[in-house]
Design a protein around this ligand. Structure first.
Ligand code: NAD
Length: 344
């Protein structure tokens, strides 16, 4: 465990248990150099404490990088609650978890993640103020979509040499909370929209209300387009799907789009520009972090729009140094997080 912590430069790993509610939870804090660690709370079954800790640490590190490139004075953390086979009182379990967070005195701020909801965050809020994405904080998806729109514009600037999205053909995979909001924004910008979703009702709505062209879910990769925007599940960029792509750039909201780090090189080799997922989808993190800090909605939107500037800088450095945008993004994040070490 300590070796894994060292290799990821993990600052701390906290283990909590509460007999009364059956709570078993882990909070991984990657670092608090830039500010308190912020990151979601997962609630799911795990095969072992090692598997749960590894997941928490991997995700906590990712949050540090994401926060740094989003320009937040925030560190990275992640919590995992191991879902028991039987939960007599879910509200009590999350309240107990709230007390665990409170014991860290602000070093970690939690938020919604896989398996948790804003109702769960409301239960946590009964015990601590170090929680965001409560029902009152609102849905981050529109801000995530706005950031992705800015990322698509940055990709179009770089690959197509145009500022406007008028006539730019975007293949949008996934019309969920983020995808549908993005579809509306793209149409308002004059983009030519192709859409796919496993839910035929959402596709019909995009067709009827937005004039989008439907594409079968299994035909999205080979659909000729300028930009492919994955906004469904992660892991869609595999050697097989990358070989099929007929686009100039991939720029979408989904988390963990690359099946592995080799996939970034495969995209590069095909001349397809890739907007690193954790950079382009940071609008949701900006929403939860800045809402928690009491920042006004207009100011949050202005900060989200800067996602495009960050991608411009990553794309330019990638081109200049002949390294993939993913590699450049990681290096830029590390330069921000460890800036004080470089100076000393
Ligand atoms: P969602 O569950 O609301 O929507 C996902 C949509 O994708 C659903 O409509 C689903 O039917 C569709 N889908 C799934 N697999 C598909 C496939 N193979 N082909 C076509 N459609 C498919 O999720 P969301 O909140 O819109 O998030 C979308 C992605 O963006 C996720 O990967 C999420 O982790 C990521 N993300 C979301 C936010 C946010 O603010 N919600 C922030 C950052 C990242």
């Amino acid at each position: 465990m300590f070796a894994a912590m060292r290799s990821d430069k993990m600052q701390a790993l906290h283990l909590f248990s509460d007999e009364a509610t059956g709570l078993e939870a882990i909070i991984a804090i990657h670092n608090t150099r830039l500010g308190p660690a912020l990151g979601g709370c997962r609630y799911m079954p795990y095969a072992s404490i090692e598997a749960a800790s590894a997941d928490a640490m991997r995700l906590a590190r990712g949050m540090s990088y994401k926060a740094a490139l989003a320009g937040l004075e925030q560190g990275g953390g992640k919590a995992v609650i191991i879902r028991p086979a039987h939960v007599p009182d879910r509200a009590a379990l999350f309240e107990a978890f709230g007390r665990c967070i409170e014991s860290l005195r602000g070093g970690y701020i939690t938020a919604v993640d896989s398996g948790t909801s804003s109702q769960d965050m409301d239960c946590i809020a009964q015990q601590t103020g170090h929680v965001t994405s409560t029902r009152q904080a609102g849905d981050p998806s529109p801000h995530t979509a706005l950031g992705v729109l800015m990322g698509i514009k940055a990709a179009a600037r770089r690959q197509l040499g145009q500022e406007s999205l008028a006539g730019v053909r975007v293949m949008l995979q996934g019309l969920g909370n983020v995808g549908y909001a993005l579809a509306e924004m793209l149409v308002a910008e004059g983009a030519d929209l192709l859409v796919a979703d496993l839910d035929a009702g959402k596709v019909r709505m995009a067709e009827d209300d937005l004039g989008a062209t439907p594409i079968a879910p299994d035909a999205v990769f080979e659909a000729p387009c300028d930009i492919f925007a994955p906004c469904g599940l992660g892991g869609v960029l595999t050697p097989a799907s990358i070989a099929q792509l007929r686009c100039a750039a991939v720029a979408g909201a989904a988390n963990n789009q690359l099946i592995n780090s080799d996939a970034a090189d495969l995209l590069d080799a095909r001349g397809i520009l890739y907007a690193p997922d954790y950079v382009i989808n940071a609008g949701g993190l900006l929403h939860v972090a800045l809402t928690h800090q009491g920042v006004a909605a207009g100011e949050i939107a202005a900060r989200v729009r800067l996602v495009g500037d960050r991608l411009d800088s990553i794309f330019a450095q990638s081109l200049a140094e002949g390294r993939s945008p993913s590699e450049i993004a990681d290096h830029q994040a590390e330069a921000i997080i460890y800036a004080d070490l470089a100076l000393s």
